[in-house]
Structures are given as C-alpha cells and as structure tokens.
Ligand binder design. Structure first.
Ligand code: P6P
Length: 335
C-alpha cells in the first residue's frame, strides 16, 4: 500500500539501522556499527563481482588488483574485503570464514562480536554469470572482553545468534538481515551507493509449490526422501534449483518453497556448513515464519563440535518442511 511504498522508498539502510537501534533503549550502537561495516564490505564486493568478467582484460581497463598480483579468485578477494572491513570497524574480535581453516583472531580483544561468514557462496557460478551470495552470522562473545578468545566464543549454537543476513548478487544486489525482530530486505542503488528498504518485514508463505534439490544424487537419497520427491511430482510442483544456495533460498523465502540439501553418498552429513551457511539462513527463515531442520531437529539447536562441520538442511515454508520430515519419519520406522 502507499504508506509501505513511501516508507520503503525513503529509508536507507543507515536510517533503518538507526531507527531500529532507537527501539532498543540500552543499545550501545556497536551492533549498528557492525551492520554498517558489513554493508560497506558488501558494496565493495558487489563492485568486484560486477567486474569479475572484465578483470582478466587487464590492459583494456588498466586494472591490476590492489596488491598488483595476478587476479585472485573472487571468493578470496571477498574474504579479504570482509575481514579488512570488520577489522577496521573495531566491533569484532574473531572471524570464522569458509575461506580460512582456522579462526581469524582480529587481535581486538575489546571487540564484543564474533562473525561466521561465507564471503562468497557458490563462487563456481561466477564464471557462468549465475547469482552468488554472502552469508553471515553474528554472535556476542561469551568470555569477557579483554581476555583471549576461547572455543566457547566460537562454537555457539545458532540459537545464540544476535543477527544474521545474506547478500544476493543477482539481477539486483540485495541485503536481507534480521536482528531477531523480523526480516527486512534492502536493494542496492548503484548510482547512489546506498541500500534502500525494498522488502519490509518479509514473511515467508506458509506453503508453496517449489522444491529445490539436486536430483542428480537421487540414487543415494534415503527412501523417505525419494518418497517425498515422488509426492512433489504427483502434486506437479515446480523444480527450481540454481545451484547457488542464497539464490535458491531467497526465491523460496519470497514465493514459498523448500530447499533440501540432504545427506548423500558423496556428502554423508550433507554438504552445507553449519556455522556460516545453515545457521544464518535458519535464523532468517524462522524470523520470517518459515522452518529449518536437518530433516528432524531444529538447525538452531545443533551444538557445533567442529568449525567447518556440515549438516543436512531442509529449509523453507513451514508446511513443506514439516511434510518432508513426515516422509522421512515414516520410512525410518519401516526399516
Ligand atoms: P551441488 C555452492 O557450491 C553450494 O555451496 C551452494 O551454494 C549450492 O546450493 C550447493 O553448493 C550446490 O551443490 O552439489 O548441488 O552442486
């Protein structure tokens, strides 16, 4: 309606963050600053991503990357950009990144926050110009600031997140995030270098007709999952699978649908990572009234035991995820 349109057109991400901060009387502004730091890095990664196809035409554009080295892989660049922005921002003490085997200690013991991030997910899609994404989770450290970072600061279950979000570098670049009070989407206006609120208060449809899964692994799926997929086909649902998690998730969040990355022979505990992929999207899904489990248990309640551990992921419209789980249970009992 007009009021929503007026509200969404006028509000930049900065003003939205400030307004939300005002809703928290005790907010110190550090989380607000952290969200701004992430948005800044996103703008830089967006620019690099848009130029990816051209960066090898060095001569024509006189482009060599900042270190003058040969063109690095875009996900490595994105990792450097986010880590640098978070270091400069001063709010973060540690970063868990898909690109780094170990925790990155930012040597900033006054930083209250820990970030888990997949700087550029689906980077194999870059060369063929398919949408890619950034996924991030934000936690408060549990040990006192000023002391060295401990494993308990890092290995927190998803239900401890203070914020989570993703960036979709698609036909437009969108930032979608939650701080635990609903989900809001912002679209980047390149000419102004600003994110504008375009999808206030995202609520996922309770059901849908889209299912997203790589059926190339069909023969290694458990029987209950095969039965569920047969059910989707009998219902003539639409199979939509981009092979880029953020793009598949975002479409299903807005239109209704389910995304499944199950355990397979190749990936016996699933392929997607708990700390910087599943947890962030699960927090957003639940905040938008959707559901996220490993086929049985809530993703956000999984206690991590290793940094890069994987989990099966069933995420999307609540009724579809519950229905898929019921097919898995039935077959389990029949074994
Ligand atoms: P598969 C991309 O590599 C990714 O991590 C997700 O973005 C995507 O949904 C999934 O893996 C695709 O995996 O095995 O179907 O190619």
């Amino acid at each position: 309606d007009n009021s929503t349109l007026a509200y969404s057109v006028g509000v930049t991400l900065d003003r939205f963050i400030k307004k939300k901060q005002d809703d928290f009387p005790f907010a110190s502004g550090e989380l607000s600053q952290l969200l701004r730091d992430i948005a800044l890095a996103t703008k830089i990664v967006n620019r690099e991503t848009n130029r990816a196809g051209l960066s090898n035409i060095g001569g024509a554009f006189g482009q060599t990357n900042v270190q003058g080295e040969e063109q690095q892989k875009l996900d490595v660049i994105a990792n450097i950009r986010f880590t640098r922005a978070l270091t400069k921002g001063g709010e973060v003490c540690a970063v868990v990144s898909e690109e780094d085997d170990e925790v990155i200690d930012l040597q900033n013991s006054s930083g209250k926050y820990v970030i888990a991030i997949d700087p550029l997910d689906g980077s194999s899609n870059i060369d063929v110009n398919i949408s890619i994404g950034t996924i991030f989770s934000i936690y408060r450290r549990v040990t006192p600031t000023g002391s060295p970072i401990q494993p308990e600061d890092i290995m927190q279950p998803g239900n401890q997140q203070v914020a989570a979000g993703y960036v979709l570098y698609g036909s437009s670049t969108m930032l979608v995030y939650t701080t635990g009070n609903g989900v809001n989407g912002f679209t980047y206006e390149q000419s102004l270098g600003e994110f504008f609120l375009s999808h206030p208060d995202i609520c996922a449809p309770k059901t849908g007709k889209i299912y997203s899964i790589n059926e190339g692994s069909y023969h290694s799926f458990e029987d209950g999952l095969k039965s569920y997929l047969d059910h989707c086909k009998r219902k003539e649902y639409n199979a939509r699978y981009i092979g880029s998690l953020v793009a598949d998730f975002h479409r299903n969040l807005l239109k209704g649908g389910i995304y499944i990355y199950p355990k397979t022979k190749k990936s016996p505990t699933g392929k997607l990572r708990l700390l910087y992929e599943a947890n962030a999207l699960a927090f957003i899904a639940e905040q938008a009234g959707a559901r996220a489990t490993d086929g049985k248990d809530r993703i956000l309640d999984i206690i991590p035991n290793s940094l890069h551990q994987r989990t099966p992921l069933y995420i999307g419209s609540t009724k579809m995820v519950v229905e898929a789980e019921s097919f898995l249970e039935v077959k389990q009992e029949s074994i």
